[in-house]
Design a binder for this molecule. Structure first.
Ligand code: NAG
Ligand code: NAG
Ligand code: NAG
Ligand code: NAG
Ligand code: NAG
Length: 490
């Protein structure tokens, strides 16, 4: 059995040696039970990659092999909580509600393009990191009764809530780390009067149609409410592309979703530039939801902030969506849905020209310091799933820098993209980190001059980001499991 030149250890000591080796591996800080690959390394499945990453190709960039790419930006609150809100950058999703493959709740087939891959809840918070994925799932008897429940549980010893669920009736469970949030904190929602209610539609001409209607807005707003109520230190910003004409319609739908108590009041927003309240004060006061509308009159009528009084924003989409839908070439029929594929009309990439960053028509000039927040859009008129990974990579970084230079040396506070998870490496997450890094390095100018240093310093490079410390817990649970399993075999 053994090679001739090797001295065979007696059975028992050999097994004991194996136990010791496994224990040593589990206890060493580098031990990871889930094989954790870094950004850019090849992979087969999401779970091969480190926390905060997923596994994908970017064929548009010539990246045919699947690699681990980033999804989750560094949470700037882990670096600093006490800076003015305008010193932070947040990952933002364009048409956050238009999820790939989503059907219209009208029952009619949707004939509008999709912009994102996951639900709003998943964008804010994804709990899909399997801790037990590369090993067999844990026998449920190894978990405390609290962990056996499907409700998120948090014990003082654990840094994050852990949620374990029973997998069918096998007696085994899979555990999720609820710290693994996708970190989107800005949502762009198109709201329309429709069917005597307010719906999220991806429509044109200001009118929602059966085939452009996704779902009642209250559903998605309730997802936001659930997230805010469960995550008491998080702040979310909603940009409403507002086609709602019904009196107090926006207020009513916000009220119906339970979001009104979280709203950051308009009177507290800086009116002529200058710093916003500190993030920590917003959290303390539970003013954790910013809502901006594109309709100026609603600020006086409903107390909902008119976006361009507070925000400068670059131009991205230019071609009318209706026109694009009407264009026959290059459209594909996808599972019965009409999906317009982008190569039509010069790619619809006007506003995506390298090195340019123009304000959109409704916005003041990018360098107008009387608006303290900067929103950078980078997406096509028609969302393009295959190309999005390329757009969200080097080109996004270039735009971010161009917009910084055009915005009075201010980095973006909101970075809005389609298919935010897609990139060839660091993607929109890295862009957000870059803006957060830039916001702090003392280069941020406001009306009141240079602001102090902030979130990331030169030595806290975003690339050095560590996944949340869930593996400690994993070791804690797996330790007895492995010991038990190995001892059984002795
Ligand atoms: C939209 O759908 C409703 C019910 O599903 C139907 O009554 C109505 O006629 C439809 N409208 C159009 C314009 O198709
Ligand atoms: C995350 O989302 C799941 C649903 O996917 C939900 O059950 C869970 O409570 C959420 N966690 C937090 C912290 O919001
Ligand atoms: C919000 O809804 C509650 C009950 O549904 C109602 O009593 C209240 O007046 C509403 N508030 C606003 C501002 O609409
Ligand atoms: C901060 O500034 C230093 C020196 O100007 C620079 O080397 C560093 O890259 C900057 N850091 C970030 C995160 O921008
Ligand atoms: C820079 O960041 C690192 C890591 O976050 C931290 O340890 C260090 O104290 C910071 N340095 C300064 C000068 O803030």
């Amino acid at each position: 059995m053994m090679g001739g030149d090797r001295v065979a250890l007696p059975q028992r000591p050999r097994r004991l040696a194996a136990v010791v080796a496994i224990l040593a591996a589990l206890c060493s800080p580098a031990a990871v039970v889930v094989s954790a690959r870094k950004v850019g390394q090849s992979c087969a499945l999401d779970r091969n990659c480190d926390a905060g990453l997923h596994c994908e190709t970017c064929v548009a960039d010539g990246n045919v092999r699947p690699r681990c790419t980033r999804v989750v930006p560094v949470d700037p609150q882990t670096k600093a909580k006490d800076l003015p809100f305008n010193r932070y950058a947040w990952l933002t999703t364009h048409n956050s509600f238009a999820r790939l493959g989503q059907r219209s709740q009208t029952g009619v087939a949707i004939a509008t393009p999709w912009n994102q891959q996951d639900t709003v809840t998943e964008q804010l918070n994804v709990s899909a990191l399997f801790l037990c994925s590369s090993t067999p799932p844990l026998p449920i008897s190894f978990l405390s009764p609290a962990m056996q429940s499907s409700a998120p549980t948090s014990t003082p010893a654990l840094p994050c809530p852990i949620c374990c669920i029973l997998v069918s009736d096998t007696g085994f469970c899979s555990c999720f780390d609820l710290c693994a949030q996708n970190g989107v904190r800005g949502l762009m929602l198109d709201m329309y009067d429709f069917r005597n209610d307010i719906w999220l539609c991806h429509s044109f001409g200001g009118i929602c149609q059966n085939f452009t209607a996704f779902q009642p807005a209250v559903n998605v707003l309730r997802e936001v409410e659930r997230f805010l109520s469960r995550n008491t230190a998080e702040v979310v910003t909603i940009f409403v592309e507002d086609y709602v004409e019904s009196p107090m319609g926006l207020t009513r739908v916000l009220n119906a979703s339970g979001l009104l108590p979280y709203m950051f009041p308009v009177w507290r927003m800086p009116k002529s530039g200058g710093d916003w309240p500190r993030l920590s004060d917003m959290v303390r006061d539970n003013h954790r939801l910013l809502v901006f509308t594109s309709k100026a009159a609603k600020e006086a009528a409903e107390g909902i902030a008119y976006e361009w009084r507070y925000v400068v924003e670059n131009q991205c989409a230019s071609l009318s969506f209706a026109l694009a839908l009407a264009l026959p070439p290059d459209k594909t029929i996808n599972a019965g849905y009409l999906t317009c594929v982008l190569r039509v009309v010069a790619d619809g990439t006007k506003g995506m020209v390298k090195g340019t960053c123009h304000n959109r028509a409704e916005s003041a000039a990018m360098n107008d310091l009387s608006r303290s927040l900067v929103l950078v859009n980078y997406f096509r008129d028609l969302p393009n799933f295959p190309e999005a990974c390329k757009d969200n990579s080097a080109a996004l970084m270039d735009l971010l820098t161009a917009c910084h230079d055009k915005s009075g040396d201010r980095w973006a506070n909101f970075i809005a993209v389609d298919f935010y998870k897609r990139s060839d490496r660091g993607g929109a997450a890295e862009a957000t980190d870059k803006a957060n890094g830039g916001l702090v390095n003392g280069t941020c100018t406001t009306r009141h001059g240079k602001t102090p240093k902030g979130i990331f310093n030169a030595s806290s490079d975003a690339a050095a980001w560590r996944p949340p410390p869930v593996l400690q817990w994993q070791r804690l649970v797996l330790l007895p499991v492995v010991v038990f399993a190995v001892l059984l075999r002795l």
